[in-house]
Design a protein around this ligand. Structure first.
Ligand code: ZN
Length: 292
């Protein structure tokens, strides 16, 4: 693989995720912070209208609008469908013609710490992930293989990935998390610079990868209304082992509902505010150690 020519930091793909949005504004104000000798870095605010409204989106989730079939479908004309087509037009061509890394910044109300979400296992991304998890103790690496034709913004580039930081409420800035995210961006950019300079030794390292295996919805009645909450023993325990029989929900009539699986899993996005509408109370992952 050749050198990386450019990095695009996309922010506000969800308009109420302020950490990335204001970090991007800081980088635009102080561009020297992200400039490196061997590649160009720029910031793109993905969904300005949703940001102005402090909403995740206007018509639909922008970060599910990038499937190739949808981008080519002229019937899809919602605000976010048009936005996705414009962003793809802008970044898709660039990513075909050069080595472009896309870093899509998100925040979560769950205790995700600094999660790097990979949508593919490109060797460059695995090396980057291994390096970042080695030098930064807050980093977790999650791999979620897209089920259909990949519909995430960061998938525009083969070298794209997302960062999810949390816990932080929607529409809120938390200085500590902001600074941690900022440091992680600098570490990623430094890695890319040393890669371009040929300074990264190819060493054998192991990488802990949390591989997405499925989701669990809240308990609901026939009308679809939620009948319980995340169990207090599970709240904020993202990336901690969850064993069969351990409580995951507490119903309004005060019954604990246990995890019914047959093996230990590692739930993430526990009680993510944005996922109530998606019917997701948590995502389940398997913990894997990769030798790379
Ligand atoms: Zn998001």
């Amino acid at each position: 693989m050749g050198n990386i020519n450019s990095v695009v930091i996309t922010t506000g793909t969800h308009g109420n995720e302020f950490t990335g949005i204001y970090l991007g504004k800081k980088f635009e104000q102080f561009p020297n912070l992200i400039q490196h000798p061997s590649f160009d870095t720029r910031v793109l605010l993905s969904n300005p209208k949703a940001f102005a409204a402090v909403r995740r989106y206007i018509d639909k989730d922008l970060n599910r609008c990038f499937a190739t079939t949808d981008l080519q479908n002229p019937q899809l004309t919602s605000y976010e469908d048009i936005l996705a087509k414009n962003i793809y037009y802008l970044l898709g061509e660039e990513s075909k013609n050069q080595q472009q890394v896309i870093i899509d910044l998100h925040s979560s109300t769950a205790n995700m710490q600094l999660t790097i979400i990979l949508k593919n296992q490109h060797p460059f991304l695995l090396q980057l992930a291994a390096e970042l998890s080695e030098i930064n103790p807050d980093v977790r690496i999650c791999y979620s293989q897209p089920t259909r034709d990949s519909n995430y913004l960061c998938s525009i580039s083969e070298l794209g990935f997302a960062i999810e930081v949390g816990p932080v409420a929607q529409g809120v800035l938390n200085a500590e998390l902001f600074q941690k995210t900022e440091v992680l961006i600098y570490q990623a950019l430094d890695y890319i610079e040393s890669y371009n300079q040929g300074l990264n030794q190819q060493r054998n390292s192991s990488l802990t990868l949390y591989q997405y295996t499925g989701v669990i919805d809240y308990p609901r009645n026939e009308a679809g209304e939620i009948q319980g909450m995340i169990h207090p023993q599970l709240q904020f325990r993202d990336y901690q082992p969850l064993n069969p029989g351990e409580p995951i929900f507490l119903t309004f009539d005060e019954r604990a509902i246990a995890y019914q699986g047959t093996s230990t899993v590692y739930p993430i996005f526990i009680n993510e505010a944005a996922y109530y509408e998606k019917g997701i109370a948590m995502c389940l992952t398997e913990k894997k150690i990769l030798q790379i």
